[in-house]
Design a protein around this ligand. Structure first.
Ligand code: PLP
Length: 382
């Protein structure tokens, strides 16, 4: 567990108070070296051998994330998918895992395709329904419950504390994709989860210029050692330059995410009254199905992501996305620029996402500009 004495905002902004011992520099350096000197007596007394296993550029971002998530250790991966799949690849063929029906689509496709061919028994369940999860658990066989909350792109909320209890009673682990909540709004390990994952491509880096993923563990146990071995052996590590950019992005995490969440809340409220919108999906709205649980397990806001359903259907939704000027028509989320996407088009025919849905990632532009741009785009498309 983290024993850092400062508050999370200070931890992130100060990069853990970094200071270079030799030069006095306050910015952590990049280490591009792939290899490290062996001592004359054949030992590696400095602890690093080869950069597929160890890279000092990772130290500050990994320790910062461990402190922000209140975890024991953090690994940096080449992408969010590399981080998530490492958790499953560290299990044994034949293990049973419970995964959400609604989750990041590429991971769902991997789980129900390659992961089952590799031997995992993957079962989908509505993880927002605690009773359904209880009924699907197979004590002694289920090794892992994977959840994502809020879940992309309907922002369904899962009760982390309830599922951690259920998982542990059954002898399973709970892993949480907390990409959308970020450590600004939620600390899954404090609620009983064993592992927290982020697509650091999104809010942690925050500038749409790095693909990265992270895992943080509650404790250094055998399962964590297995995950670490998967990473080192398969080589899904982050590059040095990307790790450095991620570290720079982390320093402004709290300022960015708080602004984005406040703007998303305001947009959700304003769009709820829009004549061209049939429904707004946002955990911060009191009428949203998971609002009560979200209010309990998230602090200081509900994240910068929301979705809207366009009253006149699929074609009007696609037309509205074509009519925007400030919002950028692109996939991904969590950057400083606001993005709009017709989600069903990217997820394909097996997606549970309604085809009148537009996903909105709120950036740092003027809130009034963002609303006015959407308003004109929706009215012209109607
Ligand atoms: N989890 C969530 C919630 C995501 O939105 C994404 C990507 O969009 C991922 C995981 C995968 O991350 P990456 O694209 O960094 O591999």
């Amino acid at each position: 567990m983290s024993d850092h004495p400062h508050r999370p905002e200070t931890i992130a902004a100060s990069a853990l108070g970094y200071e270079d011992a030799a030069s006095g520099a306050i910015i952590p350096p990049i280490h591009p070296s792939t290899t490290y000197i062996r001592d004359p007596d054949n030992a590696y007394s400095r602890g690093r051998v080869y950069a597929r296993a160890d890279n000092p550029t990772f130290d500050t971002p990994a320790r910062t994330l461990s402190a922000l998530e209140n975890g024991a250790d953090t690994l940096l991966f080449a992408s969010g998918m590399a981080a998530a799949t490492a958790v499953f690849m560290a299990l044994d063929p034949g293990d049973h895992v419970l995964v959400p029906d609604e989750m990041y689509w590429a991971l769902r496709n991997w789980l129900h395709g390659p992961a089952t061919r590799w031997g995992l028994r993957v079962e989908g369940v509505d993880t927002s329904d605690t009773d359904a999860v209880r009924a699907s658990l197979r004590p002694g066989e289920t090794r892992l419950i994977w959840i994502e909350t809020p879940a992309n792109p309907l922002w369904t909320i899962t009760d982390i504390m309830a599922l951690a209890e259920l998982a542990h009673e059954a002898g399973a682990w709970l892993a949480v994709d907390s990409t959308v909540a970020t450590p600004v709004h939620c600390r899954p390990l404090d609620l009983g989860a064993d592992i927290v994952m982020h697509s650091a491509t999104k809010y942690l880096n925050g500038h749409s210029d790095v693909i990265a993923g992270t895992l943080t563990t509650a404790r250094m146990d055998e399962q964590w050692a297995r995950i670490k071995a998967v990473q080192t052996q398969q080589g899904g590590i982050l590059g040095s330059f990307e790790a450095w950019l991620l570290q720079r992005g982390l320093r402004t995490l709290f300022a960015r995410v708080r602004w984005q969440s406040a703007a998303a809340q305001s947009l959700a409220e304003r769009l709820s009254a829009h004549p061209a919108v049939s429904e707004v999906l946002y955990p911060g709205l009191p009428g949203f199905r998971g609002h009560g649980v979200a209010a309990r397990q998230m602090t200081g806001g509900f994240g910068g992501m929301l979705s809207i359903r366009v009253k006149s259907g699929r074609q009007a939704a696609i037309a509205a996305a074509a009519n925007v000027g400030i919002w950028r028509r692109a996939t991904s989320l969590g950057g400083v620029e606001s993005l709009i996407e017709h989600r069903a088009s990217i997820e394909g025919p097996t997606s549970p996402v309604p085809d009148d849905l537009l996903r909105l990632s709120v950036g740092l532009e003027s809130l009034d500009d963002l609303f006015e741009d959407l308003d004109q785009a929706l009215r012209r498309a109607d």
